[in-house]
Design a protein around this ligand. Structure first.
Ligand code: AMP
Ligand code: ZN
Length: 470
């Protein structure tokens, strides 16, 4: 499998540190509000990368943190007159609701920054001891970027260039404008922890360095996040972790492209955002997931109502194909696979091969989905005619679709009609069949109406009665 590594600017063959195992870290949301559709992009994409690697046989440990100490959280808590914990607990809950709705599996571990404060203090002290950090009189500790020779290597910039472009904060007392806070002294009313430098709280970057090393180890396989995190967040994580541990922090750096509206990055600060909750209400969570996977993770992606409607329509085609096959399987009258059917089933493996090729080529879900749709077109063609199909054939088609769609997590929201249909509905359908067999059309129509009132629509087809939830 090849992955595009931001650090080298190239697609590289993925080789794990430990054979068969993947240690992966993704920067998660700051929990001060509902996540917006832009935030959902990395959440969905890296869920799929993890699923794909698991399907390829890797044992994946996936850590995605919650940043639960931050100015934005403090501001919101002050606005609402509640504690920071009240805000973070609420929005962690809301995050899980959205993630579940989007078909995103929980990470192996979802650490909160505030659970690792001791480690952050220890890391900051070690950086000071090693000469990579300095404390100022007010209780702030800064990372000394000039001490880390490789500073800028992830984002491909030199410290001198960065310095030239930096805004100089005259009153911080920093040695270099690029130096960043490892520990911030507490202001009144802010959450704080005791430390050798007085009451304070950690800077954002040290959180991820510490959580990654405590939960995954000093060197990890994959570090992921949105493109905006490359600099300064991930650059600073590299500087901290490598100075601390004296080894490479992450072998592969993966960054998703921006989700935009009218070609502007969707962000809270610009106010041009839709929450996942609102978008899901309008188009369905499953449509959002489909939309994200229909383009390559590194491409820019423009959000619009139309594209969500199109994504939903694509998904519906998938659902319909599966529903038809489920129906055909239930009503198949033969278990004998014909030679023709066997040939077709064999040919479906070429789609799987092509799907793997797409996913192995820097995790190209867009091409992967295109292959799935080609396969569905062929299956639809083979099952459309009013001929008798054997059950193993229909099941084989279903299995081929399910195997690939499960990797992308596409069918999770498909209404499982067979499970939903309660016994009363089943009994009514049976009664209507009997009425029809007796040519009792009035009774048959009455039952059809009764089912309609229950939200079940019937369709008479050559293969028998099909039903749908209205
Ligand atoms: P934040 O809560 O702003 O730190 O963002 C959480 C995650 O969402 C990070 O990985 C960001 O890079 C990512 N993110 C934020 N906005 C966008 C966007 N418009 N498009 C893609 N990813 C985004
Ligand atoms: Zn991070």
């Amino acid at each position: 499998m090849k992955l595009f590594n931001t650090q080298t600017g190239q697609k590289e063959t993925f080789t794990p540190i430990e054979p068969g195992k993947v240690k992966m870290y993704a920067c998660g949301p700051t929990v001060y509000d509902y996540i917006h559709v832009g935030n959902a992009r990395p959440v969905i994409l890296f869920d799929v990368l993890r699923r794909y690697m698991e399907w390829r046989g890797y044992d994946v440990t996936f850590v995605q943190n919650f940043t639960d100490v931050d100015d934005k959280i403090i501001n919101r808590a002050n606005e609402e007159g509640v504690s920071c914990d009240t805000i973070t607990e609420r929005f962690i809950r809301e995050y899980y609701t959205d993630a579940k709705g989007l078909g995103v599996r929980p990470a192996t571990i979802h650490p909160k920054a505030t659970e690792h404060i001791d480690g952050m203090i220890a890391a900051t002290q070690t950086l000071i001891d090693k000469g990579y950090a300095y404390a100022l009189g007010e209780g702030d500790v800064y990372y000394r970027t000039a001490a880390f020779a490789d500073y800028g290597k992830l984002s491909g910039q030199s410290l001198d260039d960065l310095k030239a472009g930096a805004r100089v904060d005259v009153d911080t007392g920093k040695e270099n404008p690029m130096d960043f806070a490892l520990w911030k002294s507490a202001k009144p009313g802010e959450p704080s922890w005791p430390s050798p430098w007085g009451e304070g709280r950690p800077g954002w970057h040290i959180e991820c360095s510490v959580m990654a090393s405590e939960l995954l180890g000093k060197t990890i396989d994959i570090h992921a996040g949105g493109q905006d995190l490359t600099f300064p967040h991930h650059e600073n994580e590299v500087a901290q972790s490598e100075a601390l541990n004296g080894c490479t922090f992450a072998h592969y750096w993966l960054h998703n492209g921006f989700l935009s509206i009218d070609n502007k990055k969707m962000s809270k600060s610009l106010g041009n955002f839709f929450t996942v909750r609102d978008a899901a209400e309008a188009y369905g969570y499953d449509a959002i997931r489909m939309f994200m996977l229909m383009s390559h993770y590194r491409s820019p992606l423009n959000y619009s109502g139309e594209i969500l409607v199109q994504s939903k329509a694509g998904l519906e085609r998938l659902y319909t194909a599966v529903e038809n096959l489920e129906f055909l399987s239930k009503h198949a009258t033969t278990t004998e696979l014909t030679v023709e059917e066997q040939t077709l089933l064999d040919s479906l493996t070429t789609y799987k091969t092509r799907f793997i090729e797409a996913m192995d080529d820097d995790f190209n879900t867009a091409d992967g989905i295109a292959v799935i749709f080609e396969m569905i077109r062929e299956i639809n063609g083979a099952t459309a005619a009013e001929k008798t199909l054997s059950q193993p054939f229909v099941e084989g088609c279903l299995a081929a679709i399910r195997e690939l769609t499960d990797i992308l997590g596409l069918l999770y929201a498909m209404p499982n009609q067979a499970d939903d249909l309660d016994t009363q509905g089943e009994a009514l359908i049976a009664a209507r069949q009997e009425a029809r067999a007796n040519k009792n059309w009035a009774e048959s129509d009455r039952i059809r109406d009764e089912l309609k009132d229950m939200g079940i629509l019937l369709e008479d087809t050559p293969q028998g009665i099909k039903w749908k939830k209205a």
